[in-house]
Design a binder for this molecule. Sequence first.
Ligand SMILES: C[S@@+](CC[C@H](N)C(=O)[O-])C[C@H]1O[C@@H](n2cnc3c(N)ncnc32)[C@H](O)[C@@H]1O
Length: 352
Amino acid sequence: MRELGAQVIKTLPGKVIAEAPFEFVYLANYALRTAEKVYIYLVHGTIEDLKDIKSLSEEIDLSKYINGNETFGVKTKRFGSHPFTSIDVNRIVGEVIRRKFRLSVYLDNPDLEIKTWVIENIFIAGINTTGYSLYRRGYRIYQHPAPLKPTISSLLIRLSGWKPDKSLLDPMCGSGTIPIEAALMGRNVPSGYFRPYYQFYRLKFFERELFEDLKRRINARIKWDLKMQIYGTELYRKHLYGAISNAAMARVIDTVSFMVRDARELCNFLDFNVDYIVTNPPYGLKIASKKAVYKLYERFVRELDTCLSGTTAVVMTAEDYFWELIRDAFKVLEVREIMYGDLPTRVYKFVI
Ligand SMILES: C[S@@+](CC[C@H](N)C(=O)[O-])C[C@H]1O[C@@H](n2cnc3c(N)ncnc32)[C@H](O)[C@@H]1O
């Protein structure tokens, strides 16, 4: 957000509240790589009960954003324990808005989605300008059974410190999300380049010319000709073909090399230099597969130790066993906790 010119006011887990000129709505949606959705801030305050939520909702002013013909819906996410449910909040906020602005409710696919969060005793409300999440970039035509979101992939690449003049390998690349995001990042391709839809298309303030102009300015910085050393290897041919299809859709197939290889035999196939490794290996979510995953981790770590000394690595996994293997073997720079959906995972950054 800061890099794009916004002034960050506050960060909460999973949220950044920032101040910027109104056009930032377009820029943020089109260019942020690690955000899921962009909201226009409406109101926030501390609450104890539904009465407090009701009076905060009364303060919401939608007049700048609607012409009165829109359908609307309220969606709430609640964290903590409360004497009311999310559905109660939807109903209370919905009633206030329907009465005050005379909008009709349409829950399935409203023009205007009012999103509210109740986080312990804090209430926040905003307008969803994105629609479906920004991790849906528009280039993924092959769906891996356990894919990493492009938003999280970008985050891991950023965390690694990789720059386009360095080489990067994802040795368990699945459908190729990490190499593809790195290539797009290196070429300055905005995250929204392939995305066909934003919710703000349906909102009153939307000025197509303004948005097209902004896109033209950002797209002028794309370097389609830039060649980088980005590699993705994967054990299963099916996923690798998927990765190739996705990379072709993302127009980066000319700068990412994909190969079927076994990460347990990294040292045998590495005939190129690797400055950075960024990967999310399989997690043994079922007990039966835990043993196999532990074995894979042991052999993978042994390979790193044998032939990649000096390389910086970022690995995301839900298995604590990985920590046991690297803790004393490598120089660990950072450990972060990330929720992957409902699954708590850790991200390890270390130098081999
Ligand atoms: C969690 S998935 C990675 C998903 C990927 N980041 C994506 O976005 O599609 C882990 C991948 O590691 C692959 N894998 C498992 N064992 C492997 C091995 N020994 N060598 C290389 N890849 C392996 C799996 O087939 C799977 O595609």
